[in-house]
Design a protein around this ligand. Structure first.
Ligand code: ZN
Length: 351
């Protein structure tokens, strides 16, 4: 579900969809679009009522109302700018010919380890599971700028991120029917907001590791150059103090300059730190609400003398059990510990 070279739409097609979405009357042949533009859109795009759009310049006689849409042209930029102002939320339903029916004991054993507890599957039931896929734009600002798109999928029931699901979408094995998202979709996404930001920042640490390393390398190199420069400057100034015939005032003037070097060096180092430190900005770009058939696995957990029920979801997209989130930090866990309240927690939160 990520755009690639085949699914990325061309500027003319984008313009056509944009105009239609904003209630313009659109007529198009393959190479150009004719449109009657409503008032509100005319103001937004700064165009007359009747326009013709194509990817080349058009003929001289229709220049007044002919617009070119290629990357970077003002009319396309205005359309893109307007589109980015709102966050599109789509919905879809997945359909499978076959969903795993048995062998969940084996899967549970392969995927999850319970510490100080044993788990036995009691029942497996067919259910409809809900997920939300969110795409975030990120901008990492330092001496250079890096931008990109990050896609994450969350199980809306547990609030846990499902690490492999965004990639698993691309491998297919199912049909996708696009539907209108439920009206309460915003209520389902809002509680996940903090978790999304936390997850995104975690994922970005990996993705930006090279960028961090490169900025750090340049920072160290500039620091070394700076130190070398100031130490040779100091040596030179010390030497000039030994010059015969130097007046007392010139001497004290130079000595003051030498004394000021450490403070100046510290200031320059501080500037370099600012220059190479990385600020990451995150912005929600799109969300997709996904409903899919799945299996709910009810387990009976024995923790010492105590018993409790524990629910897991078999996810037919990843063909795996969704790793349950740690009750405390919400990270997906496959090594499951239990705290004194018998809640599933990660190793770090187990106390
Ligand atoms: Zn934790």
């Amino acid at each position: 579900m990520r755009p690639d070279a085949d699914t990325r739409i061309q500027p003319l097609e984008f313009a056509r969809r944009f105009l239609q979405l904003h209630d313009a009357a659109v007529e198009n042949d393959t190479s150009a679009i004719e449109a009657l533009v409503p008032q509100r859109l005319r103001t937004l795009l700064e165009v007359p009522e009747h326009i013709r759009i194509s990817e080349d310049g058009g003929d001289a006689e229709d220049r007044d109302y002919h617009y070119t849409v290629t990357y970077g042209t003002p009319i396309l930029e205005r359309m893109i700018g307007n589109t980015l102002k709102t966050i599109p939320i789509a919905g879809c339903r997945l359909e499978f010919d076959y969903i795993k029916n048995g062998g969940f004991d084996r899967l549970l054993e392969d995927q999850l380890t319970f510490y100080g507890a044993t788990a036995a599957i009691e029942t497996v039931a067919a259910v409809t599971a809900e997920y939300v896929q969110v795409s975030c734009r990120y901008t990492a600002l330092s001496d250079e700028q890096k931008e990109g798109l990050l896609t994450m999928v969350f199980n809306t029931d547990t609030g846990g991120v499902v690490p492999a699901m965004a990639e698993a979408f691309d491998t297919g094995g199912f049909r996708t029917a696009f539907t209108r998202p439920d009206t309460d979709i915003k209520h389902k996404i809002t509680p996940l907001a903090e978790k999304m930001e936390q997850t995104a920042r975690g994922l970005l640490e990996d993705r930006l590791a090279m960028f961090h390393a490169s900025m750090n390398r340049r920072f160290q190199r500039d620091i070394a150059n700076l130190e070398e420069y100031y130490s040779s400057l100091e040596a030179e100034m010390q030497k000039s103090l030994e010059k015969p015939g130097l007046s007392e005032s010139a001497r004290s003037d130079r000595q003051a300059k030498i004394n000021a070097i450490p403070a100046e060096l510290a200031r320059k180092k501080e500037d370099l730190l600012k220059k190479y430190s990385i600020k990451v900005r995150l912005q929600l770009a799109a969300a997709m609400y996904i409903r899919t058939p799945a299996k709910k696995i009810a387990c009976r957990l024995s923790i010492g003398k105590q018993r409790r029920q524990f629910f897991l979801t078999y996810n037919p997209v990843t063909r795996a059990i969704d790793p349950p989130p740690c009750t405390i930090c919400k990270k997906p866990i496959s090594h499951i510990h239990f705290n004194s309240r018998l809640e599933a927690v990660c190793y770090g939160c187990r106390k």
